[in-house]
Design a protein around this ligand. Structure first.
Ligand code: NAD
Length: 485
């Protein structure tokens, strides 16, 4: 990749995004436009991979698998660590490209790339070994964890590189090969990373192709792909599950959330307001595990809401390269319109009060002011649905039992949090939440060694941690008779 400044339009004339297939960089496929959400205008073109490229990528991944899985765990770890080092070094170079296509402020784009490198390193350092289930007079049983074969990774547009790199680390460390597809809204930074990968992985081990939704559907139906690791919306996740059933592919689905936070009457209100505002507005609220509704005890509701509103109003909103910007635009027009329609619906509810924001910014692009709304009941769409944008409803509740019932209502169950000073009381509430992760006095932390995923329609299976690595593997029980005599 040329050492170029992707902030400048001219730079994009000197850089051709290409797919990585079987160790080669290809610009195959008709170009499609990539939009800068800060202007709403197409700023670059990207080739769209089709059926032919998918066939080529799957064949290359299959061909590369035997030699890759034959390498030791330590050898595969060493290659992934080399990749992490190169990615970390290239972060300042690729960050402007990620900012332009995704909309996030430049420092946050650089953080995403650097944290991706850290996750690759940590995930590929987790311990993986066969397990002896028993060795006694009934015999010896060993659980032999083996790679699955070719994995298909499908990523969304909110953290395009980080979410894709989680799949790279987990799939390759466990001895699989990978065909990876970024979102068509944000393909460019991932293709820039593909160029780095070309020099590091043996041909075919990692294939990265920019394709549209039909390309993703082609992956889920492909008989040469053994597992799909999908991160995206619930609606698409259901299609993935259905399509993967034809060949009984293994699947992991990381889907949407409508995370509730419960703020107890003894919470540290300033700490809760700071933590919840950060979770609600970071990345413009476009985080699967962001807090999306807050249930606050009536004794602390008004103070908490006022403090979160203050923080929302203080946030500097703007385009990625403006000095000091803390929050960018919503990533695409469809999402922008959806978030605004949820805000309009909320404003029209009897009793609704807008404490901050409440509208789009009067400028080009998909900017929405950080918004705080109180006085809604649970039937308002903003409370009942996943907003995936910079808007947070805060609801007053009489007690924690009521809060738990409301938090557990609905079909989603990704994350949740409890805020209070009494650790035992918080833990008791956390255990009653129907969600894959229940945080205490924080919300939305992502760690390589902690299994992550959703209950109910927020997902299927877990990624991260040894449990996540095992989801990229098949377990074989080796069952031996006891030695005679
Ligand atoms: P999306 O489902 O529209 O798209 C995700 C990916 O799926 C894209 O690459 C897209 O091209 C592909 N795709 C679309 N149709 C497909 C099909 N029929 N078969 C296979 N692939 C197909 O989701 P999005 O709008 O990009 O992402 C936002 C959603 O992702 C939100 O709901 C968010 O909560 C969720 N998300 C979840 C997690 C998690 O870890 N649980 C993380 C980030 C985002």
């Amino acid at each position: 990749m040329p050492a170029t400044d992707f902030r400048q339009d001219e730079a994009l004339q000197h850089w051709q995004p290409r797919h990585l297939v079987g160790g080669e960089l290809l610009a195959a496929g008709a170009p499609f436009g990539v939009t800068d959400p800060s202007s709403g205008k197409v700023f670059a073109e990207c080739p769209e991979a089709g059926v032919e490229e998918l066939e080529r990528a799957v064949a290359a991944a299959r061909a590369a698998w035997p030699a890759w899985k034959a390498r030791s765990l330590e050898q595969r770890r060493a290659v992934l660590h080399d990749f992490a080092a190169v990615l970390e070094q290239a972060a300042p170079l690729i960050a402007p490209l990620l900012s332009r296509e995704q909309g996030k402020p430049l420092p946050q784009a650089e953080v995403e790339l650097k944290v991706s490198a850290i996750h690759i390193r940590h995930l590929s350092s987790l311990p993986l070994a066969d397990q002896t289930l028993r060795a006694d007079d009934r015999g010896a049983v060993v659980l032999n964890w083996r790679p699955l074969g070719v994995v298909g990774g499908i990523a969304p547009w909110n953290f395009p590189v980080a979410l894709a790199m989680h799949k790279v680390a987990q799939a390759l460390y466990t001895g699989n090969t990978l065909v990876l597809k970024p979102s068509p809204y944000t393909p460019l930074a991932t293709l820039a990373v593909a160029e780095l990968a070309q020099g590091i992985f043996p041909p075919g081990v990692l294939n990265i192709l920019a394709g549209g939704n039909a390309f993703g559907a082609g992956m889920t139906a492909h008989p040469g792909i053994d597992k799909i690791s999908f991160t995206g919306s619930v609606a698409t996740g259901k299609q993935v599950m259905q399509s993967a059933s034809a060949s009984l592919k293994r699947i992991t689905l990381e889907l949407g959330g409508n995370d509730a936070a419960i703020v107890l009457d003894d919470a540290d209100i300033e700490a809760a307001a700071a933590g919840l505002a950060r979770s609600a507005f970071y990345n413009c609220g476009q985080i699967c595990m962001a807090v999306k509704r807050i249930y606050a005890h009536h004794a602390v509701h008004d103070e908490l809401a006022a403090r979160i509103a203050e923080k929302a109003q203080a946030l500097k909103v703007g385009s990625a390269f403006e000095e000091g910007v803390e929050m960018g635009p919503v990533q695409n027009r469809m999402q922008y319109e959806k978030v605004l329609s949820l805000v309009d619906d909320a404003r029209s509810q009897p009793g609704a009060m807008v404490l901050a924001g409440g509208a789009a910014l009067d400028r080009p692009g998909y900017f929405i002011a950080p918004t705080v709304i109180t006085g809604l009941d649970d039937s308002a769409r903003l409370v009942a649905e996943e907003q995936f944008g910079p808007v947070i409803p805060i609801i007053s509740v009489p007690d924690e039992d009521d809060a738990i019932v409301r938090a557990n209502a609905g079909t989603l169950g990704l994350g949740g949090s409890v805020w209070g000073r009494d650790g035992a009381r918080c833990a008791a509430v956390a255990r009653r939440l129907d969600c894959g992760t229940a945080w205490i006095n924080r919300h939305g932390v992502n760690e390589s060694d902690v299994p992550f995923g959703g209950m109910k329609e927020s997902g299927y299976g877990r990624e991260h941690g040894v449990m996540g690595l095992h989801s990229y593997m098949e377990m074989q029980a080796i069952n031996a008779v006891p030695p005679s005599g």
